[in-house]
Design a protein around this ligand. Structure first.
Ligand SMILES: CC(C)(CO)[C@@H](O)C(=O)NCCC(=O)O
Ligand code: NA
Length: 606
């Protein structure tokens, strides 16, 4: 065993870490042996559509809160101050819009995959393009998620890097394959609680060692680490209120509105109301997660201002927790909880879309038994693929938080654009959708790759500087590149385009898809209202322009879909059409009035 292992890890620590793995595996085993024993895809991929809002909401947070956030956000705050915290403002609209726009449309269509929507609204080929884009996004993101905790631990404790990567991948594949979505959701609950506990423990010990809360506050204030509201409108400024608070809304929409991992959880809820409620419940917990990560960065700054920025989060934590048996183990468990919960969501959602979108349509006669077996095999294959992706991440040298958020923006943004095009613009046709998606992906890779290629020389200086010091070389590269990518002089032309803040990627690519999608649709003959599948369009314009008189709205071609659906509902008493009457104002109002429990009133107030 590596001597540095022993320095940081006592027997208690190993026990705590083992408990996390055993706990997760037991939950997987429990759902493999109880209920329907995972013999149908309905159970394996959709949790029998029987989930309640509390586990779903904790699982929703876990999906995109990985070790990247646990390590990357404190590192960001330690280096740059609290500006990143303003992303919390984006959570308001970033969760209200999914709850009241995306969930109603997607839930009522009784989908099993989010991308099935694209076929209902456009065509089979749009669905396949959407699915492939999602698979690409998730596989790349998964690599970062597996790699980050393994890398960080290896840098400080001497845990073997590839051993950790393998262990994470194996445990995760095992419980995901055994227990299906139910196991994924309930392990998420358990792991989210461990994650909060670990972060809280580090903060409490850190504050204590730094000499108390007032001391921490004083040091942080003196060190100029509390950032004010930065209202600089420059879109190339990395983090400002606009990039985080407005650009962040689009990032949140791409994650909480249309990402399969989340949509699958909404769809697994027993009722639509439970799904909406779980989305509301994400708000306080996500704020808590953000606050814990930011405060941890501040505590690091207050307690360890003698650290240079290279000896980052893990080193700080391990150093601080030395001599407190159990706590290093709890923190490592916290890191792995964050990672496992994200990777398991990725496995399960990947298995779902591959099955539902790519395989099932071609083999309609496949038996349920076969399909479930195949879904499990898919989960295993993606597990192996994720190990390969971890190796790719190993070759990239960027701040992990930045890498993750860039992937969300570059690939998630165009997918968001595709759904918005379909939901809000009844004229958009299938050709427009494909052209729009292509254009969106093109500009996103153009700006994304451009930003890497034209990185300012300052970055390289720092990287080569730290290579000189053996202890810190890679750690600096991976956690603090962001610090130096601020150019010395204002770039011009294409360079200025390349330096667009990555927080704008989602919004920028989403609007590109919509714009090109609409232009191409009008050129190739816009979709006729009566050809659009009922229930796939949300009358956004009609609702936004509700202050205008009805006649004007009708002229602007905004309310006709809504009215037609209402009319259809009145003409027919059949339940299928009743389900499609999802846009009537009366029902929305009824929905609000029905929820008069104290809890919902409180939640609605946010
Ligand atoms: C997705 C957000 C922005 C939501 O707050 C946050 O969880 C985050 O910064 N995540 C980073 C990516 C990750 O943790 O894998
Ligand atoms: Na997670």
């Amino acid at each position: 065993m590596d001597p540095s292992d022993q320095k940081h890890f006592s027997a208690v620590d190993y026990v705590i870490f083992a408990l996390l793995l055993v706990g997760s595996l037991s939950i997987g085993l429990y759902y493999a042996l109880s209920g329907g024993r995972q013999r149908t895809t309905q159970e394996f991929l959709m949790a029998d559509r029987s989930m309640r809002c509390l586990p779903v909401s904790l699982s929703l947070i876990a999906s995109f809160q990985s070790a990247v956030a646990i390590i990357g956000v404190p590192a960001e705050v330690y280096v740059h101050g609290t500006q990143y915290w303003f992303i919390g403002c984006a959570y308001i609209l970033g969760l209200l819009i999914p709850a009241h726009v995306f969930i109603p449309v997607l839930y009522r269509l009784k989908l099993s995959s989010a991308y099935q929507y694209l076929e209902l609204r456009f065509s089979k080929s749009v669905r396949i393009c959407g699915t492939l884009t999602f698979i690409f996004q998730t596989v790349v993101y998964m690599g970062v998620c597996v790699y980050t905790p393994a890398f960080a631990l290896n840098a400080v404790t001497g845990f073997k890097l590839w051993g950790v990567v393998l262990a994470t991948g194996l445990v995760c594949t095992l419980y995901t394959t055994m227990g299906g979505l139910k196991a994924v959701i309930w392990t998420d609950v358990f792991q989210t609680l461990v994650m909060f506990a670990g972060q809280l423990a580090v903060i409490v010990v850190g504050v204590h060692q730094a000499g108390g809360l007032s001391e921490v506050w004083w040091k942080v204030w003196e060190g100029n680490h509390i950032s004010g509201l930065d209202l600089n409108p420059d879109p190339t400024e990395r983090h400002t209120f606009w990039t985080l608070g407005v650009g962040g809304v689009f990032l949140m929409l791409s994650l909480y509105g249309v990402n399969q991992a989340q949509v699958q959880r909404y769809l697994s809820s027993r009722t639509e109301k439970e799904a909406v409620r779980s989305c509301y419940m994400v708000f306080p917990s996500l704020q808590l997660a953000l606050a814990l990560s930011c405060v941890m960065g501040l505590v690091m700054f207050a307690r360890g201002s003698y650290y240079n920025s290279a000896k980052m989060v893990i080193y700080f934590v391990m150093d601080m927790l030395q001599g407190l048996p159990g706590l290093p183990g709890l923190f490592v468990a916290c890191l792995f909880s964050a990672a496992l919960s994200t990777i398991s969501s990725a496995f399960n959602s990947l298995a779902t879309v591959t099955m539902e979108d790519l395989i099932k349509p071609h083999f309609p006669a496949m038996t349920e038994r076969r399909a479930t077996l195949l879904s499990k095999a898919l989960a295993v294959c993606y597990g192996l693929l994720c190990l390969a992706m971890a190796f790719l991440t190993h070759l990239m040298g960027d701040s992990v938080l930045q890498v993750a958020l860039k992937i969300f923006g570059m690939v998630g943004g165009p997918i968001l654009g595709l759904f918005c095009l379909g939901m809000f613009f009844p004229w958009a046709n299938s050709t427009g959708a494909i052209a729009g998606l292509g254009a969106g992906l093109t500009v996103s890779f153009w700006v994304g790759i451009g930003s890497i290629v034209t990185r300012t020389p300052g970055t390289r200086v720092l990287l080569s500087d730290c290579r000189a010091s053996p202890m810190t070389n890679n750690t600096t590269a991976i956690f603090t590149t962001a610090a130096t990518s601020v150019p010395l002089s204002r770039p011009s032309g294409l360079r200025r385009f390349y330096s667009l803040s990555y927080m704008w990627y989602s919004a920028f690519t989403c609007f590109t898809v919509i714009l090109i999608g609409l232009v191409v649709s009008f050129l190739t003959g816009p979709m006729k209202e009566e050809d659009v599948t009922p229930g796939t369009v949300y009358p956004l314009m009609g609702k936004l322009l509700c202050f205008l008189p009805d006649s004007v709205r009708q002229k602007l071609c905004c309310v006709s879909t809504e009215q037609r659906q209402r009319q259809q509902y009145k003409e027919s008493n059949g339940s299928t059409v009743a389900e499609l009457d999802q846009f009537s104002e009366e029902e929305d109002d009824a929905f609000l009035h029905e929820n008069t429990t104290p809890f919902m009133e409180h939640e609605t107030a946010i």
